[in-house]
Design a protein around this ligand. Structure first.
Ligand SMILES: [Zn+2]
Length: 304
């Protein structure tokens, strides 16, 4: 088991792509690691498959989308995420999407962003996973890792000017990662992770509502419920502060890592430049716009 330090060093300065289902997934599952990677000079692109139209309490879907979008933008700024792609599927419906459709999005984005490493849900971390949005992304991105290298998968991408691309490292995360290889110490990034989670006020408000409903069913004293759950930020801070680590199952070179152990490498980002990149990135937070220009947003054909 690695403490993750050398794994983070391998990724320093390299482009990173993260696939999530929902606005709060990044902060809650991998927020600490993402902040550490941003501090190490990694340009990070976040892909959110859904629009989170269902995740609020007492708001209509359009207002829910608007607030969750804004709060995700806040979280991205806190975590140092430079680019964001929203695929816009209605939340809690990915289980109904035709097989292969999510995979095509993932292949195209891998070919566009050309990341060194991809972070996504672990298709084998299903024990305790009750969300089909997470499960379907895990399954379809897992196939995109190798199909994105095939020239006969989605040749229309190649005709549009994209090229096959090989992701070197897969970083799988989840509620309970099966056989984790790396447990990242995120102590230094805890303030950012916590504040990014707190920024999701609408989604966390809906979580408080769910806790209240279960508490009522369990006949918990209503004054106690109102008092404890009424302080939403305190509950979120307690929930996030529960652990100062994030666990991943890391797979390198699709399991062929030993083949490359002694291979000569020619890094395009020398160590000194990577350090400079990290400093520049940390100093330019206001410039870390998480909203890509319109031209950078993916084609949403048939996705909504
Ligand atoms: Zn989620």
């Amino acid at each position: 088991m690695s403490d993750g330090r050398s794994s983070l060093d391998r990724l320093a300065g390299r482009p990173i792509l993260a696939f999530v289902a929902h606005a709060d997934d990044c902060a809650l599952f991998i927020g600490g690691t993402i902040r550490l990677l941003a501090d190490a000079g990694c340009p990070i692109t976040l892909v959110r498959f859904t629009d989170d139209c269902t995740d609020s309490d007492g708001l209509d879907p359009s207002e829910t989308i608007r607030r969750n979008d804004r709060e995700l933008q806040e979280a991205c700024e806190i975590l140092g995420i430079r680019h964001r792609h929203d695929l816009g599927y209605p939340s809690d419906t990915l289980g109904d999407v035709r097989r292969g459709e999510l995979r095509e999005h993932a292949i195209r984005l891998i070919r566009q962003v050309r990341p060194y490493a991809v972070l996504t849900f672990d298709p084998y971390a299903r024990f305790g996973e009750d969300n089909q949005d997470h499960i379907r992304i895990a399954q379809e991105v897992d196939e995109a890792f190798w199909t994105s290298m095939f020239d006969k998968h989605h040749p229309e991408h190649l005709q549009a000017g994209l090229a096959p691309h090989g992701v070197v490292e897969r970083w799988y995360f989840g509620r309970r990662v099966t056989e984790p290889t790396d447990v990242i110490d995120i102590s230094a990034a805890m303030p950012a992770k916590t504040e990014a989670a707190v920024a999701h006020r609408t989604m966390m408000g809906n979580l408080m509502r769910q806790l209240t409903l279960m508490g009522r069913t369990a006949e918990v004293d209503s004054d106690w419920l109102g008092g404890v759950l009424g302080d939403q930020d305190a509950i979120v801070r307690r929930m996030v502060g529960h652990s100062t680590t994030e666990a991943f199952r890391v797979v390198r070179f699709s399991g062929f890592a030993a083949l490359f152990d002694d291979a000569p490498r020619h890094r395009t980002i020398p160590d000194a430049a990577r350090t400079d990149a990290a400093r520049t990135d940390a100093a330019s937070t206001p410039d870390a716009s998480p909203r890509p220009p319109t031209s950078e947003r993916p084609d949403l054909n048939g996705s909504a």
